[in-house]
Design a protein around this ligand. Structure first.
Ligand code: CTP
Ligand code: MG
Length: 585
């Protein structure tokens, strides 16, 4: 496909001309000078996600290996609220009295925070032993000793003149102006889709912070259940998470049940005396109720705790203030963890999968098809299933069906949870890559065409078989849960929300189709390709005539262009003081 925006490009400085390879600004990276930093920079990210835009030939880690490593890493990590002006060198020197540091980074979220990973777990008890509980003056402190600390300067007046030399990592997605700018200067729709992925995917630091948050919550739950595990699941771990997504976690008590089973030799069998309750559900409600109270009363940084115990899947919802994550805590949600593993596999099989899912997720968010508030809207999880299903339907298929992944499984992969067969091959390296070479541009267009014309009133979406099936009930949108096959993951979606999705999909297909035939010229300064799809919707006006559609579309394009122009003149430097793209017109 032809290079885009050449007219403007020719007038840009060389650094800006490399725009299509735009990387994250360096402020997103860790800043760790000295020996600690050298170790850090050699470290490979653990995420195990596929490279975008090129096939990753290296051996890919299994999901549970990534989980284990991340969890172990988080257990050696502490979170420290720091004074705004701090010398990084002195800070690291001070902490290294407790043991060698493997990795660290700073971030800002209503204050400066440091995430510090020690090489050994023992360093944490050493640090805790040298830490005091604050005296609160009029208030009283609950003396809970966690891994979340507050660092104070002994003599602030001496150090306020000291220049802070800390660079913090960015935990936020790009502003829409910045995003539109990046998309505008991309070379092709494929380039745009990959750029969007790079800008929105979870960073290494954000992923570390998610596992650390689970680990901190685990410490609190461990007061009652010493061998429990708090496991993250959903988009925080399945490689489809956008910066800012919620943190889903569950309290895994299964491991506790397994402990002690091998010691039952001899004539006797010892059991714990326990309280009995009428059902698993009641047990879950009681456990979550107490953990919720604990988080509320003793959990440093846990605020706005809500116990939602009458939901189908009872949960405790809260904000973890220092990380900024909205957290949902459930119990024994192993099936959801298994579906996270399945998505992790699909995301790693082909570099186009995550790229396409991120574009569709951003498109849906831009048009308010999805929301952070629960309701009759389609969810990101459902959208991901739709993309997977669509990619299974290509010829040749880009993704295998779940049934095929099941036939490739060996004895070790066998997994039955609560009577549901959740077996599939877990070793990514044994799945043959697809021979399909379709471009992201084509796939994006065809996705909208496919679902703009899908017979939602008759058929259900089923990634297990990779083909449409008759809907078993009358819900407007039916997407079969891959493991609990009697459940519809989009049961909440109303007819009007589905209709809105269909209209927007048709409109988007139409915009891409029109561009194909009548591409805006490179000097027209119009948002194009993916950027044109992310503009505010016109679908609200019911079935606009073609002329009206074109007029409205060009109006919103004009508005957006104005905002890009004004942004460029208003804000020629980014937050790091680096020059951003300038039109120099
Ligand atoms: N889940 C499910 N059935 C549903 C909804 C959710 O099995 N009807 C499981 C999925 O494994 C999903 C996880 O619960 O990934 C978390 O749900 P949710 O937070 O809604 O979706 P995410 O995939 O985490 O996406 P988002 O980024 O929007 O949080
Ligand atoms: Mg989630």
């Amino acid at each position: 496909m032809a290079a885009r925006g050449v007219g403007l490009l020719a007038r840009l400085p060389l650094c800006a001309q490399r725009r299509s390879r735009v990387q994250r600004p360096s402020c997103r990276l860790l800043c760790c000078p000295g020996t600690v930093a050298e170790d850090l920079q050699r470290e490979e990210p653990l995420s195990g996600s596929a490279e975008t835009g090129s096939e990753d030939k290296t051996s890919k880690k299994r999901f549970f290996e990534v989980q284990k490593e991340r969890r172990e890493q988080a257990q050696r990590t502490v979170l420290i609220h720091c004074p705004n002006k701090i010398s990084e060198k002195k800070f690291l020197k001070y902490l290294s009295h407790h043991g060698p540091i493997n990795n660290h980074f700073f971030y800002e979220s209503f204050g400066l925070y440091a995430v510090v990973e020690f090489c050994q777990k023992e360093s944490i008890s050493s640090l805790q032993n040298g830490t005091r509980t604050p005296s609160m003056g009029m208030e009283a402190a609950i003396p809970f000793r966690s891994r979340f600390f507050n660092l104070k300067l002994k003599n602030p007046s001496n150090q306020t003149s000291e220049k802070s030399c800390v660079q913090s990592s960015d935990q936020l997605p790009p502003s829409s102006k910045k995003l539109f700018e990046l998309l505008y200067y991309a070379e092709s729709v494929d380039d745009q889709v990959n750029t969007l992925l790079k800008e929105f995917e979870l960073t290494e630091e954000n992923t570390r912070l998610r596992y650390l948050t689970c680990s901190l919550i685990e410490d609190i739950a461990a007061a009652y259940f010493p061998d429990c595990i708090v496991r993250p699941f959903g988009s925080s771990v399945n490689t489809f998470g956008k910066l800012g997504c919620d943190l889903d976690m569950f309290l895994d008590l299964d491991e506790i049940g397994k402990l002690g089973t091998h010691k039952s030799s001899g004539n006797f069998l010892m059991e714990f005396q326990v309280k009995n309750v009428p059902s698993e559900r009641v047990a879950t409600q009681k456990i979550l109720s107490v953990i919720g109270e604990c988080l509320d009363h003793f959990g440093p940084g846990c605020v706005g705790v809500q116990k939602i115990l009458n939901a189908r899947c009872p949960l405790v919802r809260f904000s973890h203030q220092p990380s900024g994550f909205q957290c949902d805590l459930t119990t024994n949600n192993r099936i959801a963890l298994k579906s996270s593993e399945l998505l992790y596999i699909y995301g790693a099989l082909d570099s186009r999968v995550r790229a396409l899912v991120f574009s569709i997720r951003c498109w849906a968010r831009a048009h308010s098809l999805t929301s952070s508030i629960p309701g009759a809207w389609i969810t990101n999880f459902s959208l991901t299933m739709m993309v997977i299903f669509f990619l299974q339907r290509r010829s040749p298929p880009i993704l295998p069906t779940l049934d095929l992944l099941k036939t490739l499984a060996d004895a070790e992969d066998k997994c039955i949870i609560e009577g549901n067969n959740c077996t599939f091959i877990r070793d990514l390296n044994r799945i043959k890559p697809s021979g399909n070479t379709e471009t992201l541009e084509l796939l994006l267009k065809e996705f909208f065409e496919y679902f703009g014309n899908f017979t939602f009133n008759k058929n259900s979406i089923n990634i297990r078989q990779g083909r449409e099936q008759n809907k078993p009930d009358s819900s407007p949108l039916h997407i079969q849960n891959p493991f609990e096959t009697s459940l519809n993951i989009s049961k909440n979606v109303s007819q009007s929300q589905l209709q809105k999705f269909v209209e927007l999909a048709r409109e988007s297909a139409w915009i891409l189709q029109r561009e194909d035939q009548d591409r805006p010229s490179s000097s027209s300064n119009q948002p194009w390709g993916l950027a044109a799809l992310l503009l505010p919707s016109i679908a609200k006006s019911k079935s606009p005539s073609k002329n009206k559609k074109e007029k409205l579309s060009s109006e919103r394009i004009k508005n957006l262009l104005e905002s890009i122009k004004s942004n460029r003149t208003e804000n020629p430097t980014d937050t790091n003081g680096k020059r951003t793209i300038s039109s120099q017109t």
